[in-house]
Design a protein around this ligand. Structure first.
Ligand SMILES: Nc1ncnc2c1ncn2[C@@H]1O[C@H](COP(=O)(O)OP(=O)(O)OP(=O)(O)O)[C@@H](O)[C@H]1O
Length: 247
């Protein structure tokens, strides 16, 4: 049976009486890709903030595998294996794509020490370049990348650090249709290699990547299931975008 990578148990946060996340429980298995859906204000970003330690919870618990990380400091949670990609990229614009990945790999020498220096480190970076679809741009200075390419490089920086769990906040925000499609190919390639939680509004993208979806509504879990189950769930249709359902 698959092992739980992330266990969230009754997680809550109270902002001066307002419960933005209210008793959320969910289990994400090793290698699973989980999509978090919900209307504006449902609590998705706050839940990601609670998992990554940006916001401290007022109730409930979070575990990475068997380690409880509830309300640890953000950097300690990152070290425990939770990597988060924000919409605002943190790439070094003056460095090439490959150099950016090399710098990121130095932040986690353990991964590369295991592989040995030199050829193996290069091979690992080549593998990441391939995964994020930037092999041809390896020698290009990051400043000249398109918005989509910059986002993929940012994802590459995260992968290079080998987190146990990757949190992606709206990875296709601001992307063209073609870039969104390529992002779905990249995310699909990551399936099974990494445990990933994606917050996303774009249903066309969600249909391309989703296995299991958790729907949040008013800070609580409203439903959990496959794309088809979620799209046909009357509770979800009623709560999400009024009576029009998910579009
Ligand atoms: N620090 C805070 N103090 C008070 N209220 C907050 C705080 N952070 C978030 N909220 C409120 O909590 C609710 C959930 O917000 P959150 O940003 O998590 O929703 P979301 O599902 O990510 O929405 P969106 O899709 O619009 O990003 C909102 O009503 C928001 O105004």
């Amino acid at each position: 049976m698959a092992q739980a990578a992330l266990t969230i148990d009754g997680l809550s946060v109270d902002f001066e009486g307002f419960k933005a996340v209210n008793g959320v429980s969910m289990i994400v298995e090793d290698g699973e890709l989980r999509v978090l859906l919900g209307a504006n204000g449902a609590g998705k970003t706050t839940l990601m903030d609670l998992i990554s330690g940006k916001t401290k919870s007022t109730g409930g618990r979070v575990f990475v595998h068997d380690t409880e990380i509830t309300n640890w400091e953000e950097h300690k949670i990152a070290r425990a294996g939770i990597g988060r990609k924000f919409q605002i990229p943190s790439v070094f614009k003056e460095l090439t794509v490959r150099r950016n990945l090399e710098v990121a790999s130095c932040k986690n020498p353990g991964v590369f020490a295991n592989l040995g220096f030199g050829f193996s480190a290069k091979a690992k970076i080549d593998e990441v370049l391939e995964l994020i679809g930037l092999t041809e741009e390896a020698g290009q200075v990051a400043a000249y990348l398109s918005h989509g390419q910059t986002q993929w490089l940012e994802l590459g920086l995260l992968i290079t650090q080998d987190p146990k769990i990757i949190l992606l906040d709206e990875p296709t925000a601001g992307m063209t249709q073609a870039e969104t499609h390529k992002t779905s190919l990249i995310v699909n390639n990551l399936k099974g290699r990494h445990t990933i939680i994606v917050v996303e509004h774009d249903m066309a993208f969600v249909r391309e990547i989703a296995e299991r979806i958790t729907v949040l509504h008013l800070g609580q879990v409203l439903a959990e299931g496959s794309v088809a189950e979620i799209e046909n769930d009357p509770k979800v249709r009623a709560a999400y975008l009024g009576s029009k359902g998910i579009t």
